[in-house]
Write a protein that binds this ligand. Structure first.
Ligand SMILES: Nc1ncnc2c1ncn2[C@@H]1O[C@H](COP(=O)(O)OP(=O)(O)OP(=O)(O)O)[C@@H](O)[C@H]1O
Length: 257
């Protein structure tokens, strides 16, 4: 399924947050959204995912989700949002409970989502028995259980320490090498974007405008060799060049209220 933003603008009361955003997320791609703090990335994600009505413009969905999809646009949040009294499997099952599924189909989906996120051995564990990284994996398993057409991720790794973040980055990478799930991935982190995305949408500071869409021409999963690293370093410099001035102005603005 394609998600197409047409001339999106948004204000929170008197505060203009997004201006004239045209963006088409292609079927099967991972699109990263980066930009300075407060430029409206999360707001845009909420609009694309249908949680928030934009002040201006519209979002079009093109194409049909696959037949087994229960929730076409599915969010993964950074704070995991797990129920502490439910097991890992119970937390994944939660999102299936209000759908009309037979119990065998429900169990099959839970088992499949746990297998896809490497959690099969932890099905009976409670969230408090898991590390932060494992908890976030449960959040991802829960999103996958509904077989979404588009995954929307808002800084999914930002609450994690550096090593856990690296492990989960590997998880995302291998998931998206195996499966062509369309995903929109908001991040502050250029390296995450360069590792995971097919394209990177760079936003200006608030009110956020789409400044540039940068293709990453290297296949995911083949970005660690020496030659790839050289290309990625050049792309990193280019992206950083695009957001540096914006980030600096945003910080100055914050410092001076
Ligand atoms: N519900 C709201 N009501 C009023 N203002 C809001 C609301 N949500 C966000 N804002 C403001 O809108 C601006 C954009 O917020 P948003 O969270 O979309 O930006 P962001 O780019 O995701 O920020 P960050 O990178 O810091 O997470 C910010 O100035 C924020 O304070």
């Amino acid at each position: 399924m394609q998600v197409i933003a047409e001339a999106i603008g948004h204000d929170y009361g008197p505060l203009p947050v997004l201006e004239n955003v045209d963006l088409a997320v292609r079927e099967g791609e991972v699109l990263a959204i980066i930009g300075p703090s407060g430029c409206g990335k999360s707001t845009l994600l909420s609009i694309l995912g249908g949680l928030l009505q934009p002040s201006r413009g519209r979002v079009l969905l093109k194409g049909q989700p696959q037949a087994d999809c229960l929730n076409p646009l599915t969010f993964v949040f950074q704070d995991f949002a797990l129920l502490p009294w439910r097991s890992v499997a119970g937390n994944v099952e939660l999102v299936l409970e209000h759908h009309r599924l037979g119990s065998a189909e429900r169990r099959r989906r839970v088992a499949d989502a746990l297998a896809r996120t490497g959690l099969s051995d932890f099905a009976a564990a409670l969230p408090k028995q898991l590390s932060g990284g494992m908890r976030q994996r449960v959040g991802i398993a829960r999103a996958l259980a509904v077989r979404p057409a588009v995954l929307l991720l808002d800084e999914p790794l930002s609450a994690l320490d550096a090593q856990t973040r690296e492990l989960l980055l590997e998880d995302f990478e291998s998931l998206w090498v195996r499966e062509r799930t369309t995903a929109i991935y908001v991040t502050h982190n250029l390296s995450e974007a360069l590792r995971l995305a097919d394209r990177v949408a760079v936003f200006s500071r608030r009110p956020g405008r789409l400044k540039e869409l940068v293709e990453i021409p290297l296949p995911r999963g083949q970005r660690s060799g020496a030659q790839a690293q050289v290309e990625l370093a050049a792309l990193h410099d280019r992206l950083w060049g695009l957001i540096r001035a914006e980030a600096q102005s945003a910080v100055t603005e914050l410092e001076h209220g």
